[in-house]
Design a protein around this ligand. Structure first.
Ligand code: FAD
Length: 432
């Protein structure tokens, strides 16, 4: 791993702060481009693509189809669970996209895509014709993967892996937990949305429990043997929470195979049964269903893309961004989706104007809070080569293992700055 200083030297600090790296000429209007673009999903990837297509070529007609009127971010939902933020502070609306950039917003669910006829059908029955379609639906859950864990079970045992009512349900359950109760988190195998997310979640729930219910414990049952920023997380847990958090990896019987939602019990691979006071189960995932309906997913359940443009390898003129894609080594993160959205905006504008796509470069930083004053991060820079996303050699890095409290506090401050910057960039709204 190279140091953060070397990373900054290699890509320029602005890329990390404002994620502008992927489109250096982003402010320029390409007058020649015109056509109809439909975007499905107004989260990190889709809302970014909508804004940056309009910014680059206002003459393109952009329709954004988003199921909810207000978007609650998964990033910082863990801060809400830990008592560090209120719920509305992670909510964003589409006023800037519609009023300032002229995006047409349709609040509805896209039900189907006809790739040959180039149309999207909405739940209302309306049909939208497109020249270019951008799918940014995020994830859906594999409800058939774990015995006992289906949509009905999630009403009792929340996943809280899409922010909204699920996150509020988990928070209410934590508040009702008795002092001395056990919080269990079931973490999935790779690949899944936000590799460090489960471990940031237990960190901030540990902060909440230590503050309000100090006799309580946390058990992580994991379906894998290693996780993102593992050494930094475990050192932080030890420093801040002592033995409050126990992690059980796959090879030591961490894999949950059955959930009994009514009794909040889980059974692991080798037959051990654990009973929780609060159970948070994060099930295996796949691309949002509309990607399947459009015919762009492969047997993995995710979407293969041509790295240069994030266009589907299976259906022409459908670009896909964000968690739904197979873009490893880029992680499934909001920051990745944001930079991918900018690259897709450039590719779509170029194609509609009859130009070649600019050469893409993407950046990502995943910040995590272990406590309110204790931040850590992992960063990477990526480029396209032979249709694949690859890491730029010599780029990237993680926070140092040895760092004093002032350093960790600064990273916690950068975490807050990152959230303010990215939400401002995408929705034009910076929550208090
Ligand atoms: P989303 O942002 O989920 O957007 C998808 C949108 O599409 C949704 O609004 C949905 O309503 C809409 N939609 C889906 N299907 C349809 C349809 N058929 N019709 C209409 N609308 C539809 N990432 C970071 O970079 N930093 C972090 O600190 C971070 N923390 C996280 C913490 C947690 C607890 C979790 C769960 C995730 C975290 N992430 C973080 C990851 C981040 O949330 C995702 O990577 C990001 O949201 C992916 O963006 P996306 O555009 O692919 O999907």
């Amino acid at each position: 791993m190279i140091s953060r200083r070397t990373l900054l030297k290699s890509i320029g600090a602005t890329a990390l702060a404002g994620s502008t790296l992927s489109m250096p000429a982003i402010g320029r209007a390409d007058g020649g481009a015109s056509g109809r673009v439909v975007i499905v999903g107004g989260g990190f990837g889709g809302a970014t693509a909508a804004k940056y297509i309009k910014r680059r070529a206002p003459s393109i007609d952009v329709t954004l189809v988003e199921a909810s009127g207000r978007f609650y971010t998964c990033p910082f939902s863990n801060l809400y669970l830990g008592g560090l933020r209120d719920f509305e502070s992670i909510g964003h609306d589409y006023a800037e996209l519609t009023e300032r950039y002229g995006v047409r917003l349709v609040t509805d669910l896209a039900r189907d895509v006809d790739g040959a006829g180039r149309t999207v059908t909405l739940a209302s029955g309306e049909t939208l014709a497109y020249d270019k379609l951008v799918l940014a639906p995020g994830i859906d859950f594999r409800w058939d993967a774990i015995e006992g864990y289906d949509e009905a079970a999630a009403e009792l045992v929340p996943h809280a892996w899409k922010a909204g009512p699920q996150t509020q349900l988990l928070k209410a359950q934590l508040e009702a937990l008795e002092d001395g109760g056990l919080f269990i988190l079931g973490a999935p195998a790779d690949p899944f949305r936000c590799p460090p997310g489960p471990y940031e979640r237990v960190s901030l729930i540990a902060h909440y429990l230590k503050t309000h219910k100090p006799k309580s414990k946390i058990l992580i049952l994991d379906s894998k043997d290693a996780f993102s920023k593992q050494g930094l997380f475990t050192a932080g847990w030890q420093a801040l929470y002592g033995d409050l958090i126990e992690w059980v990896p796959l090879s030591q019987d961490g894999k949950v195979v059955r959930v009994d939602a009514a009794s909040r019990e889980v059974e692991t691979e080798f037959g051990t049964v654990h009973k929780a006071g609060v159970l948070n189960f994060i099930p295996p995932q796949k691309a949002g269903f509309i990607a399947d309906a459009a015919g762009v997913v492969n047997e993995s359940g995710w979407v293969p893309i041509k790295a240069e443009t994030f266009e589907s390898t299976q259906v022409a003129d459908i670009h896909v961004v964000g968690d739904a894609t197979i873009a490893a080594p880029m992680p499934k993160s909001g920051f990745s989706a944001n930079t991918q959205g900018k690259v897709v905006a450039a590719a779509v504008v170029a194609a509609l104007g009859g130009d070649a796509s600019p050469e893409p470069i993407w950046a990502n930083t995943c910040y995590s809070l272990i406590g309110p004053d204790y931040g850590i991060s992992v960063a990477g820079v990526y480029r396209a080569a032979d249709g694949k996303v690859i890491s730029v050699e010599g780029s990237g890095g993680v926070s140092p293992a040895e760092a004093d409290a002032a350093f960790r506090k600064r990273e916690a401050e950068y975490t807050l700055g990152w959230y303010a910057a990215i939400t401002q960039d995408i929705w034009g709204t910076t929550a208090a």
